[in-house]
Design a protein around this ligand. Structure first.
Ligand SMILES: [Zn+2]
Length: 382
């Protein structure tokens, strides 16, 4: 995520703080200072930091649950509206998704119970309704905040955890695709209700409604894309006419290709026809500015671009591209020679063409298969 700074690494997961979150802390500090001086400012900022420590622990609940199923999480980003854990893929079985989704709120239940025990019982509702009032005990307010985190996250709408719980429960009976569509529909209805409540009540709800609406829509369109890509192989969607660079090319050569063609990303192909990496437009512009036109492309290319065999399902390519935010995937023959490239633009074009065509058998005639869910999921918490 852009505009965020890393503040540490825990077991392979980088913790990032978005700059808007730092601004938010400054705003909390200043507004409390204006009301009650330095003491109030320290109290206010301390409370927000503790609150976000709970949000972070919530995200780590998801992270460690996902790790049990072999799913890594490269990073967690803290935003003023909550935390976002970027899982490299969605758990494939409903039971796994259920466990991963519930693990976050479960952490807040444990924190709330722990605080209630330490305080000798749950503090009065006052602490819950006056979370910003420094007159009410800090730990009491924190207990209530954790309870509201649980309730908020269990709203049955993407990208909230409750949306994933709902989909997992539906998927046991209806299959993944239908379950996603229904859960996304429920999410949009919930978003509409929240927005309406926001118009007549707390305006923050309008903001949350937008967030929920967009989450539900992107989840629905991701599943839609995967469904529609299912009959195709990578060869159906691949670009087969493209310019390449050689391992001895320089950034200047790459720039020339960029200006001469409509291509943005150029594979670097060695004498044996194998792809060594891909130079993207952003890579070459950055290299041109920072390192000069004579820099070898080998020094600036992305080496992590995977390749798939020509008969492989397109869906697999989409899964890999979405998980790694990759510019392209190589298509290779049995000897590892580069035959083509799958890029997001090309997949988009294939889908547009398919949507415009009357119903026809698919080019490769692959029967639809049952499909493991896969795309990075971002989730938010209050
Ligand atoms: Zn969560």
């Amino acid at each position: 995520m852009q505009w965020s700074v890393s503040i540490g690494v825990v077991k392979g997961t980088v913790i990032r703080v978005h700059l808007t979150f730092l601004l938010f802390l400054v705003w909390i500090g200043v507004s409390h200072y204006a009301q009650g001086g330095a003491d109030a400012a320290v109290q206010g900022v301390a409370f927000i930091l503790l609150l976000f420590a709970c949000v972070l622990l919530h995200e780590f609940g998801h992270v460690f649950a996902a790790r049990r199923y072999g799913i890594q999480t490269p990073d967690i980003t803290l935003l003023p509206i909550g935390g976002v854990a970027q899982l490299e893929r969605v758990p494939e079985k409903p039971a796994e998704e259920l466990v991963v989704a519930l693990a976050g709120p479960a952490v807040n239940v444990v924190i709330a119970l722990g605080l209630a025990l330490a305080l000798g019982g749950l503090p009065s509702m006052d602490a819950g309704t006056q979370v910003q009032n420094p007159g009410v005990s800090l730990l009491g307010r924190l207990a209530w905040v954790n309870i509201s985190l649980v309730l908020f996250n269990l709203i049955p709408a993407f990208p909230m955890d409750g949306g994933r719980v709902l989909r997992a429960l539906l998927a046991y009976r209806l299959g993944y695709a239908r379950a996603t569509r229904i859960a996304a529909g429920v999410g949009q209805v919930v978003a509409f209700g929240l927005g309406l409540a926001g118009l007549f009540g707390n305006p923050v709800l309008i903001f949350i409604a937008l967030f929920v609406y967009m989450g539900a829509s992107s989840e629905a369109s991701a599943i839609d894309l995967r469904e529609r890509s299912r009959p195709f192989t990578v060869s159906d969607a691949g670009v087969t006419r493209f310019e390449t660079l050689s391992p001895s090319s320089t950034v200047e050569d790459a720039v020339e290709h960029l200006l001469r063609t409509s291509q943005h990303d150029f594979p670097v192909v060695d004498g044996a026809g194998r792809m060594r990496g891909v130079v993207t437009r952003d890579d070459m512009i950055r290299a041109l500015r920072e390192r000069g036109p004579d820099t070898p492309v080998l020094d600036v290319m992305r080496r992590d671009v995977p390749v798939l065999g020509e008969g492989q399902p397109l869906e697999e390519a989409l899964r890999i591209m979405q998980a790694g935010a990759l510019p392209a995937i190589g298509i290779v023959d049995a000897d590892g020679k580069l035959l083509g490239l799958v890029t997001p633009e090309n997949v988009g074009e294939l889908m547009m063409v398919q949507a415009a065509r009357p119903q026809q058998p698919t080019p490769s005639g692959r029967p639809p298969t049952s499909v493991p869910p896969a795309n990075p999921w971002a989730r938010g918490t209050a």
